[in-house]
Design a protein around this ligand. Structure first.
Ligand SMILES: CC(C)(COP(=O)(O)OP(=O)(O)OC[C@H]1O[C@@H](n2cnc3c(N)ncnc32)[C@H](O)[C@@H]1OP(=O)(O)O)[C@@H](O)C(=O)NCCC(=O)NCCS
Length: 166
């Protein structure tokens, strides 16, 4: 039985959130959200591979409904957020911010000192969320993402999450 972490913050339109490790039988629901939120989604196989590879794969639930997920590659003292999404119907209600707080705390618990991620320059909402958490741009990955016309660069962001920064 995997641990379940509950975020019962009161200033919240949705029921309390709970976070637990993703399982194989969550993948269909995860892939459903993924297809809804991204023009170029990961396949169900990408999520399955992430589980098999031992990546940190977290789901976020409101009541019994999966409403978000985060895939994190941890290597030594670095964590890389490879995928992070909230279902369309639950966006803009603070879920992303609460889930990202959980992800940061989880990465700290695993003794990570840096959290990295890539984001599209065109992803204004994602960039705003990450800026609010203090992520800084560390680089630019040219032609990183597929796009409707050609390719799109990625902003490479990082956040120092070492205990001294608390
Ligand atoms: C990015 C994402 C995870 C944010 O999740 P969320 O639950 O909407 O985030 P929050 O409700 O906590 O809001 C975060 C910020 O975005 C703003 N925001 C969220 N949705 C918005 C919308 N539709 N219009 C305008 N602003 C919006 C919020 O106001 C908030 O801004 P603030 O920090 O200045 O107050 C979510 O939009 C998503 O899943 N997008 C598709 C997948 C994606 O882009 N993932 C990130 C890849 S790097």
């Amino acid at each position: 039985m995997s641990a379940i972490f509950v975020d019962a913050s009161a200033d919240f339109l949705l029921p309390p959130l709970s976070f637990r490790a993703m399982r194989d039988d969550d993948i269909a629901a995860v892939a459903f959200i993924e297809r809804d939120v991204y023009v170029f989604p990961w396949s169900a196989g990408n999520f399955r591979d992430s589980l098999l590879s031992g990546y940190q794969c977290w789901g976020c639930w409101a009541d019994d409904e999966l409403i978000g997920y985060a895939i994190i590659l941890v290597s030594l003292d670095e964590a890389h957020l490879l995928n992070f999404a909230v279902s369309c119907g639950c966006q803009n209600q603070g879920v992303g911010a609460r889930f990202l707080t959980f992800v940061i705390n989880e990465a700290r618990r695993m003794c990570c000192e840096m959290l990295y991620l890539e984001v599209r320059p065109s992803n204004i909402i994602g960039r705003r969320l990450y800026a609010r958490f203090g992520f800084h741009q560390l680089g630019l990955r040219r032609n990183y993402y597929p796009a409707t016309t050609g390719r799109e660069d990625a902003l490479f962001l990082g956040l120092n999450i070492s205990p001294q920064k608390l």
